[in-house]
Design a protein around this ligand. Sequence first.
Ligand code: F6P
Length: 323
Amino acid sequence: MKRIAVLTSGGDAPGMNAAIRAVVRTGLGYGWEVCGVRHGYAGLIAGEMDPLSARDVGGVLQRGGTVLGSARSPEFETLEGREKALRSLNEHEVEALVVIGGNGSQTGACRLSEMGFPVVGVASTIDNDLVGSDITIGVDTALNIALEAIDRLKTTASSHHRAFLVEVMGRRCGYLALMAAIAGGAEAVALPEVETDPEALATELHAAYLRGKPHALVVVAEGATYNAEGLAAYFRDHKDRLGFDLRVTTLGHVQRGGAPGAFDRILATRLGGGATEALRRGESGVLVGDIQGEIRTTPLAEVVGKQKSLDPWLIKLAGVLAK
Ligand code: F6P
C-alpha cells in the first residue's frame, strides 16, 4: 500500500476529527501517504483531495465537527456518481479508502467495495444505530449535551410546575432519546421504535401531576410517531388534561456541535487506528467498530440496510423508573 484516502460523510459527529487524525498518523507510520477528501462523497466525485501531513491534523483532537467537511451526496447514490468517484480515486492513485460515517455513509462504502475498490468504514454517528459497533463515535458527547439541557429544563420546569417536551435527534433510532430519558430521570419517553399513544402519555403526565411531581419531562425522539411539536398540538388544551402547563424545546443540531468528550476522542482514536490496521492486514469491505470493548471488523454487507435495535429491558426500565 502506498496511498490511501480518508473522508467523513453524512451528519458530523463529535470525535470525527480524532478519527481522521488517527487514520492519518497511523497511515503515515506505516510509510503510506494519506489523502484527505473534502466534503464527503461529493468531494470524492469532484476529486477534492490532497495529501495530509502529521502537522495538518495537529490541534484537531479537541475540535467538534469535521475538519475535512461533510456532505450528503445524492449523486453518489447513483451508479454514475460512484463510477465518477472510482475514476477520481484512480486518477489520484489512491489504493484504499477509509469512510468515517453512519448508516448512509457505510451503505455508500459497501457499494464502492462491491465495485472492487478496497474500503474500510469507521462507525461514526450520534444515532448509534449501526450494526457492527456497540457504540459509535459522537453518541457520548451528544448525550451529555442533551443531558445538560434536560437538567436545566428540569430546574425551570419545577419552578413553574410545568411539563416539558424535549425533542432530541434520531429519525429512525431512539437510542439517544432512551438514554437521555434514563440518565435525565425523565417522566416519559417517545421513541421511533414504539408507537406513541398520546392518550396514554396524557394519562401518565396527569398521574405524575396528581402524585405531586413538581415537573414532568418527556424526551421525544424527532422520529417518534409524534414529534414534540406534534404532541404539543395534540395536547392543545394541555393545562386541563395534563394538570401541568406545557412547553416545548427542540435541541436539534445543538447536540452535534461542540468539543468531543474524552470517551469519544478515545473511541475515535481506537477506531481510526483500527481502520489502518485492518487495511494493513489486507482486510477491506468491512466496518471497524467496538464490540464488547474490542476493536472488531464486520463485513459491510452485514451492516447496511439494518438498524441496531434498542434493548427492550431498558425501555421497560425507563418506564418503571419514571414513577
Ligand atoms: O444521522 C445523524 C442525524 O443527526 C440524525 O439524528 C438526524 O435525524 C439527521 O442527522 C439530521 O440530518 P441533517 O444534519 O442533514 O439535518
